[in-house]
Design a binder for this molecule. Structure first.
Ligand code: ADP
Ligand code: ADP
Ligand code: ZN
Length: 217
């Protein structure tokens, strides 16, 4: 299964991705996670990317496209993959199409998770993230059992620098201007599966599985 998760920041892509990758046994490729790792490692790419991320802007296409191309060549992508947070611009989508064409691979579906802006703001403002296993929590909607400790791996949870009110607004604007047009881009390829992103995490997961032609597992 070769999938893309599309949707505004905070719509639940990462949360739902964790369930998909365990049920379908495919790797999650999150450009956000890859970039944050580069920032933590203080690589040249990480230092450059951080400037854009802190402002809620997109990192330049060449940078993320290069990262994804390399990642897709890894052995664990042979049986499929889930792209989470990529592509985010039409240029990135075109680059991905070219890359997959060269690899003689086709996408199966683009799951478009729909959540209105005010809900996105609430979700992002209360988000807590595990730095180690990428599990996602929310202080109210999906709290960890022990306040600030990851249920899965015991690491200390943190709040992302870009999950602050003014950066959240900037990211939403960027989403509507640069990323939302991808829905139409993939509609033209007949790949879009719209899914309502409101409701419980379980309900939404059921809808995604149904959209992919499966019963919820
Ligand atoms: P969220 O899922 O909350 O929207 P991400 O973790 O996907 O956030 O992304 C965090 C930041 O990393 C983005 O605001 C952007 O600066 C950068 N980023 C992630 N993916 C991409 C991408 N495909 N293209 C450009 N920038 C990206
Ligand atoms: P994305 O990867 O799209 O940025 P996340 O999966 O990180 O989104 O989710 C953003 C925040 O919303 C997290 O704090 C997460 O716990 C919370 N969240 C995810 N799904 C739901 C849901 N169905 N209802 C309420 N909160 C949710
Ligand atoms: Zn963890």
């Amino acid at each position: 299964m070769r999938l893309i998760f599309l949707g505004p920041p905070g719509c639940g892509k990462g949360t739902q991705a964790q369930r998909i990758i365990s049920d379908y046994r495919i790797p999650q490729i999150s450009t956000g996670d890859l970039l944050r790792q580069a920032v933590r490692d203080k690589t040249a790419l990480g230092k450059e990317a951080k400037k854009f991320m802190d402002r809620g802007e997109l990192v330049p296409d060449e940078v993320v496209v290069g990262m994804v191309k390399e990642r897709l060549l890894a052995n664990d992508c042979k049986g499929g993959f889930l792209l989470d947070g990529f592509p985010r611009t039409v240029a990135q989508a075109e680059a991905l199409d070219r890359t997959l064409q060269k690899m003689k691979l086709k996408l199966n579906a683009v799951v478009s998770i729909e959540v209105p802006d005010p809900e996105v703001v609430k979700r992002l403002a209360g988000r807590r993230t595990c730095p180690k296993c990428q599990a996602m929590y929310h202080v109210i909607f999906n709290p960890a059992q022990n306040q600030n400790v990851c249920d899965k791996c015991g690491s200390e949870l943190y709040q992302r620098d870009d999950d602050q009110e003014d950066t959240i607004q900037a990211r939403l604007e960027v989403y509507h201007r640069q990323t939302a047009p991808l829905i139409e881009y993939y509609q033209k390829q007949g790949l879009v599966k719209p899914v309502t992103g409101m409701g419980s995490i379980d309900e939404i997961y059921g809808r995604i599985r149904q959209a992919l032609g499966d019963r919820a597992g």
